[in-house]
Design a protein around this ligand. Structure first.
Ligand SMILES: C[S@@+](CC[C@H](N)C(=O)[O-])C[C@H]1O[C@@H](n2cnc3c(N)ncnc32)[C@H](O)[C@@H]1O
Length: 362
């Protein structure tokens, strides 16, 4: 699935950069808007970008590449990429650095893609897991499909704080001394969820990130915008937990989900999670993964946190009107192991990064 318009000329590329950066960065990372604006005026930089395939021309990727090089070598002359500070001439110096380090930039644009692993999504998952645990008698097994670095597989080691409308704490879940603190504003949550009890877990990803490898961890860090210190702190803490406890993330395509399901212990109630993964799958892969869940011959619960409508749940126009632009749908789909179509329930809406959850299920 391509999310990029056809970019036939340098002028097309410049106008794409301008439109994308204004829409994406202006509110939350103005430094990146300023940099992209200067890129649109620098033909030498646009030529470097245009030499790459269409997927590599996404503005985030060039920004991530320069942030990666700066994280690797903080003395490389663009401290703003570490702090997010908006300074004079930063766009010009950014472009000069792209040109000066063209070999490394080319390598990163050709070989990397924007990769995120958002630990804040643990909060909606903890709520969804409580919903599943309350409805089954077996211990929970879990496949996190599109797991990236597998950070959320350790969500039972996170300190998750759910905060109600009035600012009072609804629940504190997980060890209070965890290096990962996830705070989530909730509405509609009536009973505090327990800490998830996971008997078996496994991640799968087409391009898994091994966060115990410093360069791979640095790339994940580079893909988080510099001003998002909250996300950066959680990311660092979750990488620390992976180093302590380890996680298993198998390389594999979502279309091969059937094989992973076959390896899951039969005495567990198996949950499959997709958090901002289904969105990226083409129709053929979606159908293969869906069939794998439907034809597994065992009950499976699929929990998805995806853009509205992406994971198959119909979203009525009135719901859509009520949505904030950044809301994802939290959906539970139960396959009974016999019928091909699951029973689906909208559990609620959540911010795409899990900063708030509006729980609507009873
Ligand atoms: C936006 S990231 C989300 C990662 C993680 N689920 C999270 O919530 O932080 C999407 C992930 O899906 C993975 N992915 C994309 N297409 C895939 C496929 N066909 N099979 C398996 N993983 C895929 C990517 O490699 C990436 O790690």
């Amino acid at each position: 699935m391509s999310h990029f318009p056809a970019l036939h000329t340098i002028e097309d590329l410049a106008s794409f950069y301008r439109r994308y950066s204004v829409a994406t960065f202006t509110a939350d990372e103005p430094l990146y808007t300023v940099i992209c604006e200067r890129v649109t005026e620098r033909h030498d930089v646009l030529e470097i970008i245009a030499a790459h395939d269409i997927g590599a021309r996404q503005p985030n990727l060039l920004l991530n590449a320069i942030r990666f090089l700066t994280l690797q070598d903080p003395a490389s002359g663009l401290a703003e990429m570490l702090t997010g500070e908006l300074t004079e001439e930063v766009g010009e110096r950014f472009c000069d650095l792209v040109v000066a380090r063209r070999g490394e930039v080319d390598h990163l644009l050709a070989n990397q893609r924007t990769q995120t692993n958002e630990v804040g999504r643990a909060a909606p998952l903890v709520l969804a897991f409580a919903d599943v645990a309350a409805s089954v008698s077996e211990p929970l097994g879990w496949i996190d499909l599109g797991s990236s670095g597998g950070l959320n597989l350790l969500l039972d080691h996170f300190a998750v704080t759910l905060v109600g409308d009035d600012g009072s704490v609804v629940a504190e879940i997980g060890p209070s001394d965890s290096p990962v603190n996830v705070r989530c504003d909730v509405t509609g949550v009536v009973s505090p969820p327990p800490k998830p009890a996971i008997a078996w877990r496994m991640g799968v990803d087409r391009a898994p990130i091994d966060v115990t490898n410093p360069d791979q961890a640095r790339w994940l860090e580079a893909c988080v915008w510099p001003s998002r210190t909250d996300r950066l702190e959680r990311l660092a803490g979750a990488c620390e937990l992976v180093r302590r406890h380890g996680v298993e993330v198998r390389p594999g395509d979502a279309g091969g989900l059937g094989q992973i399901i076959a390896d899951a212990p039969p005495d567990t109630h198996l949950m499959i999670t997709t958090t901002w993964v289904w969105y990226y799958l083409d129709d053929v892969t979606r159908a293969a993964a869906f069939d794998a869940m439907a034809s597994a011959g065992r009950p499976i619960t699929w929990i998805s946190l995806e853009a509205p409508g992406v994971a198959g749940m119909p979203v009525s126009p009135s719901q859509r009107d009520a949505l904030r632009a950044d809301a994802s749908a939290l959906i539970r789909a139960d396959f009974d192991g016999v019928r091909p179509v699951p029973e689906m329930a909208l559990l609620g809406w959540a911010h795409g990064h899990g900063t708030w959850v509006d729980w609507t299920a009873s």
